[in-house]
Design a protein around this ligand. Structure first.
Ligand SMILES: C[S@@+](CC[C@H](N)C(=O)[O-])C[C@H]1O[C@@H](n2cnc3c(N)ncnc32)[C@H](O)[C@@H]1O
Length: 292
């Protein structure tokens, strides 16, 4: 990660990198010694350019931070979408870049690849989406409603560079599994799993087409619109068959649910809620089966 020094900017925070707060981030001066300290996982920046231990930072400030960065994003979505050259737009893009860079630095991972700008061509149904990933503050918001617990096996279907997996693996779960067809992205995701700081859960990356992957261990399945309706149908059939064979409670998070009608047709899962999020025009649908 390269950060100009000193660089004065507004930064945002979330549970993925719990130490950083709006209070401190608002006027944060990132200097090389502090970036090194943050990168080593020891410290978080304070408003004077010095460092504080994460445990000293109040939870309310983290919340304020999310609202601060989200407010800019919302303002952009509302008022300046037609003018991507406007000041708000630029500020939003810059905030997101800093949030990503800082999030990656704190987690000790690298999740913005130079590769994979084009959709995969070699999938079974030819309906892959191109690689994309959301900011840490949004990922945290996506995961919150599913209330992950220590018995969960968390799947990210179409895991890309593993950003969502790394956020999930900071909690104590049974296992995290990423399914991804792109070899380059799988390698990146494996490297990130290996360097993730304060990981509490093992991350396994499976290089395969999602349409034929093994989902038998999963209890929570995360999908950020990874593919079109045919692959989605195949994936859900596999999971459905497996749940019939081995009954268990499963939950789904479907972010940017472009093909939600595929879910809505299923008899064995029900829509729990459809949420929108601060700072993003994308919604997410939450589904679950009812096995008790
Ligand atoms: C929109 S990205 C989401 C990345 C990741 N879940 C995240 O949120 O950071 C979708 C990913 O799904 C992968 N993908 C698309 N079709 C696939 C398929 N049939 N099997 C496995 N992976 C696939 C793409 O390579 C891409 O990395």
């Amino acid at each position: 990660m390269t950060l100009r020094s000193p660089c004065r900017t507004v930064l945002s925070s979330n549970e993925a990198f719990p130490g950083l707060t709006a209070t401190y981030a608002r006027a944060c001066v990132l200097q090389p010694r502090n970036v090194a300290a943050i990168s080593s996982g020891r410290r978080t920046p304070d408003r004077t350019g010095g460092c504080r231990h994460e445990s000293q930072i109040p939870a309310q400030a983290r919340l304020v931070s999310i609202f601060a960065s989200s407010a800019v994003a919302i303002a952009c979505d509302r008022y300046s979408r037609p003018r991507p050259t406007s000041m708000l737009w630029t500020l939003k893009a810059r905030l997101q870049r800093y949030e990503l860079a800082l999030g990656d630095a704190i987690l000790g991972i690298e999740t913005t690849p130079a590769c994979a700008a084009v959709p995969l061509a070699n999938t079974m149904y030819g309906d892959a989406s191109r690689f994309d990933s959301k900011n840490y503050s949004l990922i945290w918001q996506y995961l919150r409603p599913v209330k992950l617990h220590s018995d969960d096996v968390f799947y990210d279907i179409g895991c890309g560079t593993g950003r969502v997996l790394c956020v999930a693996a900071r909690q104590r779960l049974r296992k995290c599994v990423g399914v991804e067809l792109s070899r380059a992205l799988c390698e990146k995701a494996r490297a990130n799993a290996a360097t993730l700081r304060r990981s509490r859960t093992t991350i396994e990356i499976v290089e395969t087409d999602a349409a034929v992957a093994d989902y038998s261990e999963g209890t929570v399945y995360f999908l950020f619109n990874p593919f079109g309706p045919q692959t989605l149908q195949a994936v859900l059939e596999r999971i459905g068959d497996d749940v019939t064979r081995r009954p268990r409670n499963v939950r789904f998070v479907y972010v940017n649910p472009v093909y939600r009608e595929v879910f809505d047709r299923l008899k064995w899962v029900k829509l729990i809620t459809n949420r929108s999020f601060l700072g993003s025009p994308l919604t997410a649908c939450y589904y679950a089966n009812a096995v008790d």
